[in-house]
Design a protein around this ligand. Structure first.
Ligand code: FES
Length: 204
């Protein structure tokens, strides 16, 4: 929805963009790491709603580099699920959940996540989806002592930390999603071991 999106959607084969800038921001940690190190780890992706769109190319990239990863994909209903066939083609195991039970397990991604984390040795969880879902994914992963990265979404105008339109308040201060993220260590949105409130305002 929006003027620019409409213009992009109206492009025909052979049309082109005058220019573009990117990629911008910070990628997932595994993109920056040595591939052999990445291969030693067991990754689990959790996608919710349109969060499946950015998850798919990452899982595809993993598959192309000989790394088998499992994916949990959740949506409200079967009709709102996207990229199911594409994910099935590249994921080791694809677990599907729908809120109304119209496809896969009835419920949300958290029950499957808890089960997979207790049954298997997972080293890293990567998640993208609604903010509330990512908070729950982060909390569940961190409680199981598994590192989790969240891919945050905010409305962005400039993409280069100039307009502050994408600023968010986190447990680690203000962040600009376009520049500091969009991928962050989930500990910036969830603290599973909050310090006890001692009544002292110094925070110690
Ligand atoms: Fe402008 Fe992030 S979009 S600062």
């Amino acid at each position: 929805v929006g003027a620019s999106t409409e213009r992009m959607a109206g492009l025909k084969a052979g049309d082109y963009f005058q220019d573009f800038v990117g990629p911008l921001g910070q990628p997932s940690e595994f993109v920056k790491e040595d591939l052999e190190e990445v291969k030693k780890r067991r990754y689990l992706f959790v996608a919710g709603g349109v969060g499946s769109a950015p998850v798919y190319p990452q899982v595809k990239w993993m598959k192309e580099h000989g790394i088998d990863v499992d994916v949990i994909e959740g949506s409200k209903t079967k009709d709102l699920l996207i990229l199911e066939d594409e994910l099935k083609a590249v994921a080791g195991n694809l677990y599907i959940t729908t809120d109304d039970g119209s496809l896969g397990e009835k419920g949300n991604v958290i029950s499957v996540l808890s089960r997979v984390l207790s049954d298997e040795k997972i080293d890293m969880v990567q998640t993208c989806g609604p903010h509330k879902m990512m908070e729950a994914v982060a909390e569940t992963s961190l409680k199981a002592d598994v590192f989790c990265e969240v891919s945050l979404e905010e409305r962005m105008a400039c993409g280069v930390k100039a307009c502050v339109g994408c600023s968010i308040k986190t447990l680690d201060g203000m962040k600009k999603v376009c520049h500091d993220g969009p991928v962050f260590d989930s500990k910036i949105i969830v603290d599973v071991n909050p310090k006890e409130n001692t009544g002292c305002s110094c925070g110690n």
